[in-house]
Each structure stands twice: as structure tokens, then as C-alpha cells.
Design a protein around this ligand. Sequence first.
Ligand code: ATP
Ligand code: MG
Ligand code: MG
Length: 553
Amino acid sequence: ESKVPTNFIHQIIEGEIAKAKGELNIHTRFPPEPNGYLHIGHAKSICLNFGTAQKYGGITNLRFDDTNPSKESTEYVDSIKNDIKWLGFDWGDREYYTSDYFDKLYDFAVALINKGLAYVDFQNQETISAQRGTPTRPGTESPYRNTTPEENLAGFEKMKAGEYDEGDCVLRAKIDMASPNMHMRDPLLYRIMKVHHHRTDDKWCIYPIYDFAHGQGDYWENITHSICTLEFEVHRPLYDWFIEQLKEGEYRPQQIEFSRLNLSYTIMSKRNLLALVENGHVTGWDDPRMPTISGLKRRGYTPVSIRNFCDKIGITKTNGVTDVALLEHAVREDLNKTAQRVMGVVNPLKVVITNYPEDQVEELDAVNNPEDPSMGKRKVPFTREIYIEKEDFMENAPRKFFRLSVGKEVRLRYAYFITCNEVIKDENGEIIELRCTYDPASKGGTSPDGRKVKGTLHWVSTTENIEAEVRDYDRLFNDPSPSGHKDKNYLDFLNPDSLKVLNKCYIEPFVKDAKVEDHFQFERLGYFNVDKDSTAENMVFNKTVGLRDSWSK
Ligand code: ATP
Ligand code: MG
Ligand code: MG
């Protein structure tokens, strides 16, 4: 297993461990909101939180941050758990829900009211926003700011009891309307939402704001390092303020921020990913073009490749955009070591080898993975009629074309040398068949006379094969930064040709027992895996990535 690379967070932790003379239990958490499927950005956070705890002998909680019931569901909860497990991480029995703290959070809010540190504000949202001021101009105090704890307790109880309508009032902390940090200007703690919650049903009609729930959850779970993305840096004084009001002893969780992952040619916001699903731009959250974990998995990415990618990009405090080619490089690198090689022809052209016996099926030896001799060999059936790739033949070939053309000789991988003698065309002039002869002495790919042949082609027997559908994907967006334009929407950059379905592809019989998700390298073409739509009668393969690596090391 690869060692987790160091980063500034690990340096902070190592400093603390040194200070504590080794007596430090590292406890992290991964806190998804169950309002969508996890994406590759979440994978970065998962690898960081679980990886950091693993590295220092600590533990990691999974906490569902379920404070916004209108967008959340158990479908999302289940998908998140599956995806984290698939990535290779385990939270054991430490599965938590912010909704489990609703009673404690309510009690804490009551305690703040009693201390004169929270009040019910009956102004509408626009007024409250307008009163917040600007970073350079102090805000205006609400007329409800100096009401008594008794009044506020009564008001808050009524909020909880459902006696007000949505938008009638909110609970706010009483902190500092002149603070240079806008988040400290009497932030909202609770709002009324008469919405069914996927876990607490209709018990509550008031729900805590993220800021009021998150740090407290960390505190109650004994989290030591609450790692989040950079946008929350400005929330940190508020995070600390709540903990200061809540803490009883010396222990306090600390929030540490790192830069989120942005990936070129895709989008990462769950809201926008949901819109792609709902508007039918993709077939679902697990569409192989989606940057979701389930989409990447279906596309043929492996857990190892995603973890290696997360290790490679590192953890910093500088926001930027990571080239998607680096992710593709990671899966290519992993599959190169592990994927079974087979031959498959996705754009077939028939070749008849005129001097090869009719009805003969010859079983030739083929290497399963040249990177891993322990994977052994297999037999590939060779016959008089085979398919090659259309683009491996050219009628009027330039001198540097080392594949097949009339009068030229090429090697058929694992088989024989063949020479093309004749081109057969249909009435439209399209090439439909080649007539070739083979050299029986060149079996296995070398000729006893030492004749040099530059080109090697893959091929599949026209009678001994599996006919399959291949789905060839391109980027979902044709712009490197689809959501980075002021005047345009990410939907303006949807690539209309992001999916090409190739029917009548022919794969060597070896794949016939392959199961959903099994990975292959189709020699010379790229990496492919079996899609969940695949059946024994109609196999379907997804193209994970091509062979060529555009990522320079
Ligand atoms: P989105 O904007 O996509 O909805 P989110 O931050 O609201 O993302 P959460 O479910 O709250 O989604 O995220 C769970 C955890 O994953 C958080 O700790 C968050 O910081 C982290 N995370 C989310 N997106 C990224 C990203 N692009 N890169 C790194 N970490 C991320
Ligand atoms: Mg969030
Ligand atoms: Mg969100």
C-alpha cells in the first residue's frame, strides 16, 4: 500500500503530537449532506479525513449533515455509504447524523437565550439582510435584539411548536453587529421549515443552520481535527464562538481548511449535477460521464486509481483547477498493471485470408498481461475470415503508413504475417472486404527469414467472437471551466457528442464470462469495462479511457 504523502495538516498534527508527548488521539470526520451523490471532490475529502486518521492511528466518523430536509433523502444516504466503502474506507460503527443532535442543539439554543446570547427576530429575511451592512460599514441592530430571555424563550418555544409560519421569524445569536467578519453579525441559528425529515419525520418544524450544527456535532463526537474546504475559513470565528459557549473542559475541536478540488471539463456542485440528472442531460447520477464516484466506477475507474489521484494532487490552501488528464493518467496507470488484455474490433472491416484452410479454427497463444506474467496466457481462435479495424487499412497509403495497404505486409498480433492483395468495394465504392494471403511460417509473429514487418494489428475471428455494444465517451462539457463564465451557464457548454454508441463490435471469446465492472484492455484501443446494462445476449462495454497518455510526467 502506498504511503499517505505528507501535507500541511499532517505537519500541524505532528507538531501537536510532539507537544502532547505522543498522547494525542486523532479523530476526524467526513460530513456529507445527503442531498446528492458523492463526487470526485468528496473523494479528496474522504481520502484526507480517513487517510489522516489511519496515518496517526486515529479514527474517522461518518456524519450525515442532514439539517436541510427539503433536499435530503435516504437514497442519498445509502449511495454515500456505498461509495465510501467502495473507495476502500470504513467508519466501523461510527455512523452519525446531525439530526440525532436536534434535541441537544435545541437545548443549547435555549441555554444561549438564557444567557442573553440569542433572540427571536420577527423581521423578514430581506430586512435582516439589509441590516447586516457591508464589510466596511457596521450593521444595524434589530429592534428585537434587546428583548428579554423570557420573551425569547416563549418565542422560541412557539417556533418549535409550529405556531408560526415559515418566514415569520428566526432565532439569531447576539454577537456583534459591527464585527468586520459578517458571519459574526448576529448569525441565524434556526429557521422554520415545515418539511418532513427523512429521519425525524415531522417531529421538528425548526431546523438548525449549518454553522450552528456543525461545530457542536464535532464537539459532541470528540472530533479533534475538523477539516473543511477554504470557503469556511471566514466561518471559523463563529465556529469557535459556539464551541466557547458550549465547552465544559479544555477539549475543543479545531477547524482546519484546505482547498477544494476543481477539475477541468466538468462541474462539481451537487445542485448542478442534480440538474443534469433531472433534466435528462445524463442517464442518472451514475452516468459514466458524471464526475460522481458512482459515475467514475461505472466508467471503469478503480478505487486504487482514485486514491492515487487524491494522493498525487496533494493538500494545499491554494485554490486552482486540476487537469482531468491527471485523473485519466491515474486510471491508466492502475489498469495497465491489472487489466486483462483482449483483442476487440470496434469498427470492423472483413479480411479473407485466401490461402488459409476453410473451416479451420486454430488456437493461438496470447499473453494476458505483459506487465504481470503471473496472469498467464490464453488461447485466441484464428480463422480464415477475420475482422480488423477499418482505420488500419488505407488504399492509397502515404509512405509512413505502417498498417495495411495493397501489396503491403503486416503482422497480426499473436498470429501470422499477412499481405493484402485485393480490395473489394460495394456499389458505392466503399471498401467492404480485403483479400489477403498469410505466410504459414510466420506463426506467432516472426518469420524464419528475419523479414521486418513494421505494423502489428489486432483482429478478431468473424465466426469465433462475441458481438458487443461499445459506448465511447467524450467529455461531458467542451469547455475547460464550464461554470467559470460570467455571461454563460454551464449548460451552454454541454458537449453534444459526449456519447457514441458503437454497435456490432467484435471481441474475442475470452470475454464471454465477464461480469459487470470487469476491466479489460482492448489491445491498441484503450481500457474498457462491462457496463451494468450488459447481458449474456447483448454485452455492453464502456470505454474508460484511451491508451495514449497526454499527461506528461
Ligand atoms: P457541493 O457544493 O458539491 O454540494 P458540499 O460541500 O455542499 O458540496 P457536502 O456534502 O457538504 O457537500 O461535503 C461533504 C464534505 O466534502 C465537506 O467536508 C466538504 O468540504 C467536502 N467537499 C465537498 N466538495 C469538495 C471538493 N470539491 N473538494 C474537496 N472537498 C470537498
Ligand atoms: Mg456542505
Ligand atoms: Mg452543498
